[in-house]
Each structure stands twice: as structure tokens, then as C-alpha cells.
Design a protein around this ligand. Sequence first.
Ligand SMILES: [Ca+2]
Ligand SMILES: [Ca+2]
Ligand SMILES: [Ca+2]
Length: 460
Amino acid sequence: MKKLGITRTVFLGLLILVLNSCVKEIDDYIEPNISNAPITNINSLQIPGNFDFTIDKKCSVSIQIKGNDGLPLSNVIVELYNTEKGNGGSLIFKGVTNVNGYISGSIRVLKSLTQLPLYIDHIDFADAVTIPIVSNSVSVVIEGSNSNRQKASLQNPTINSHNNFASKSNGILDSDGDGIVDENDDYPNDALLAFNNFYPSQNTYGHIAFEDLWPYRGDYDMNDLIVGYRYNTIKNSNNDVVAIQSSLYVKSVGGSYINGFGFELPIDPNDISMVIGSNLQEGYINLNSNATEAGQSKAVIIAFDNALNLAPRPQGYYVNTQIGSPIVVSDTIKITAWLTHPISSSAIGDAPFNPFMISNKRRGYEIHLPNMPPTNLADQSLFNTGNDKTNIALNRYYLSDKNIPWALNIPDEYPIVIEKAQIIEAYLKFQNWAQSGGVINADWYKDFPGYRNTSKLLFR
Ligand SMILES: [Ca+2]
Ligand SMILES: [Ca+2]
Ligand SMILES: [Ca+2]
């Protein structure tokens, strides 16, 4: 590292004071390379050893709703969107306040996001309330200030107390009797289910991109398997989780391996009554009677055991990674894991949970997101072979000797890097993001001027 000037040293000192909790090991600090000098080989990047390559972050949610009179409002539906409804916003979180007007839970949102619109289905609130994201938390008390209440009360004499009837919809029919009126109940005829909660959002898919040669580094086109996902955590009228639903498709298969995909939930396999919808045809996955994977101490759901069964390979081509190759439209599979009993959202964690691929029908070869642990069925003797530089004692997993991952989670659109191009050739800000440890260009995958070399990308 070159010598720091005085100004830089003072600035760095302040940064350390301010971001004390964020900068764990200052010895590992590498100055961000903010030049656009093209680095043509990803293995030449100088990446901080503690960078986990996450684009979004987990935020706790704790919201209390009070009416115009300052008293807590119970049984009120609240929704968080990723941006305003009128601005293309899409639902991520939905639930109902308890007797003290509280609702809590957690969400995953882009690290760059500083505020979210909150929609409150009560006439004391007119429109979206913008609430701030501070550190990793959405924690607010919100009081109503809607002068329309009086008008509404005059039109409908029942609107005068803290109850359901002050809902904007004025709906009173609760067909399944679960306490949530039909207009607000995503499952109006099932008393065990009430609310959909989506990741990345109701109307969008995220993508997990894999290199499949682990523990060897491969070519870093990050297209050997790209899985599109949308998770729906289904909750009941107590805001507890009753099912995990995943909609999954195969966006690309840029290699010759037969690859599978699954995810691990942080609960006991016996907490699941049944998994429905997996696509398992190759015979190398063993299941329990509830269709979770056998031999696992946590619940593992294998979604598919061969990506090509969802997205067949055209004669003479890979799937969606070569210019001029036939466009392959994957099947989308919907997998539902029903729980034996409602589980708090804090116990079950957040989508995408712990996703991984299995390479070339070899069950022991799991490839996870960086710093996510293997399942019981991973062959741990593969760690620290090839280019893998896992350190179990430090919870460092699936990063190479050059601190490069084999998997990335992009909770957004993700055009496919063409075969044999490195990701840094297509996504021109990736190098800044990686070398700064995520400090700059956290939006490297977006379609902003100068961000993409579209001749190295396929939009399929
Ligand atoms: Ca209902
Ligand atoms: Ca219901
Ligand atoms: Ca490839």
C-alpha cells in the first residue's frame, strides 16, 4: 500500500471512528481503486479479505401505529413496498398490528436504500408514510394525521373507534374468520393463511449466479448456472410463518455439468410437514418422507437436480450464454414447504436463506454464496483444495485465494454474461465494487450510463 498523506490519514481516522463497527480489521484495508483503468483478469483485483459480496442487507422491522388521537391502533394492515406504488413499487412486507399497535419482523433490502414507503390501511392515514432505514433497522412510531377521518365518520357512523371498520376499504366480510377481512386477506378462504411477504418483491425476480468448477476457479463468466428466484414467506393472522414458497427458473446453463439447486432453512427438518413441487429426476438426492433432503440436521429443500430438465440445452449450444444461440425459456417451478406449526419470522430467517448449487450430480460438491456455511452433506475435505480458501474457524467459506466468490446473489434483474467473458468485462463497475469492499458502485449490476459493456451481455 502506498504511503498515506496527512489529509488522507486524518480522513481515514475519522472514517474509522465513524464506521468503527463496519471496518473490522483496518490492517486489511485496501484503498479503493476508483480509476476505470480496465483490469482484464478478475484474479488481478485487490479485494479485501473480509468482503462478503452482499448487495442487500437484513433490516429488522419494528413499527407502532397510533391513530389521530395518539392511541395505539390494533388489527391494522401495514405494507412495506420497495418504492412508492405509483412509481413501480412492489410489495415486500405485509402484516397486521397487535393489541398494542405493534408489528415486527425483518426484510432484506438494497444496502443503498435509505427509506421505504409504508402503507397503512386505516383512515387516519391518507397516503404512504415514508419511513427511514437507519443502520439495519426500520424502527418507528407513527401517528395518524388524516383530516379525512371526520369526513369518513360522517359518511359511515361505524367509523369511530379503533377497529377494523376504520379500514379504507370499509370491508367487514371475513369469510374464513381469521380476523383479517377479505380485502386484506391474501387467502380469504383459508383461516391458516393471511399474508404474502416477498423477496426480492412481489413483481420482480432476483438471481443467483454460479461458477460451477469449484474448488477450481473457472473462467468467471458467472453463467454456469443462473437461477431466477422469488420467495414468498406466507404468514398467518398472527404474523407467524406457515409456509415458504419459492418460484424458481433457470436463466442460463453456461457449461457442460449437470447441476442442481437447493436451499437450507435454519429449522429442524421435522418442522416441515411437506415439500411440494421439487423437480428431482436424476436419482442422486435422497428424501425424507416430508420431501426434505435426508441426512440433514436442518431442513434442506432440493429444488431441482438437473437444471437442463427445466431449461433443455439446444443441439450444439449451451443454454442462453452464446450470441446467436436459440433462446431457451425455462419452466418456472413453484415449490411450497408447509410447516407443521407456525414459526416466528425471526426463527426462520430471511429469503433467500442459504441457497447452493450441487455440481455435476456429485452430492458432496456444494457451492454456496460467500461466507455461507455448507450443509451436512457437503464434502468438507474439498475445502482448501484447488483455489478454495475456506477457513471454517473464521466463518470464511467459498472464497478463493484471491477473495473471489463462486456465487453471487443479485436481488434484481441480471443480464447474462456471454460465454468465456469475465464478469468484469461485462459489468464495468464490478471491479470498483469488489476492490472497495462494497463501499462504492454497490449498484454495479444496474443499467446506468457507463456501467455495462452490452456486447458482452445477453438479455434473455
Ligand atoms: Ca380472513
Ligand atoms: Ca385467511
Ligand atoms: Ca460458463
